[in-house]
Design a protein around this ligand. Structure first.
Ligand SMILES: [Zn+2]
Length: 136
């Protein structure tokens, strides 16, 4: 059993972590945990970037490719986190701003973070993603 725990840990320690699997569970708590651990992972990547940057700047060590890899990992993770947040928000019946990924109460018409106008469906009618743009 603990082998699997270790393996799981190792796998989730790796940046390449399968979002789909976790969202399939449809479990908000699990999702939140994954968001949290991904954010922690992202923090560690940022910290590592900082060290690399320091090495490059201060010690003149060539670690550009490592830095580039970390940037890619961070981007992917950030994307994963945004995706998971969107999923969690759906589960929580909140909206997610399509622009900045902020979680917003369904009552909001505009995103309080970036000001993006949100589709406001007054009732909870099966809100299929209506992507119609307002054409004036
Ligand atoms: Zn926004």
């Amino acid at each position: 059993m603990s082998f699997w725990d270790d393996l799981q840990k190792t796998l989730s320690e790796a940046t390449d972590f399968t979002v789909q699997k976790t969202t399939e569970l449809g479990d908000l708590a699990k999702l939140k945990y994954n968001i949290h651990s991904s954010e922690k992972k992202l923090e560690r990547i940022y910290a590592e970037m900082g060290k690399i940057w320091f090495d490059i700047r201060k010690n003149g060590v060539d670690r550009e490719s490592e830095a580039a890899t970390l940037v890619m990992q961070a981007e992917k993770l950030a994307g994963d986190i945004a995706g998971m947040k969107a999923e969690a928000a759906k589960l929580k019946k909140t909206n997610v701003c399509p622009v900045c990924s902020a979680e917003i109460s369904k009552e909001c018409t505009f995103c309080p973070v970036c000001g993006e106008k949100l589709c406001d469906d007054a009732d909870d009618v099966d809100d299929a993603d209506e992507a119609d743009e307002d054409i004036d």
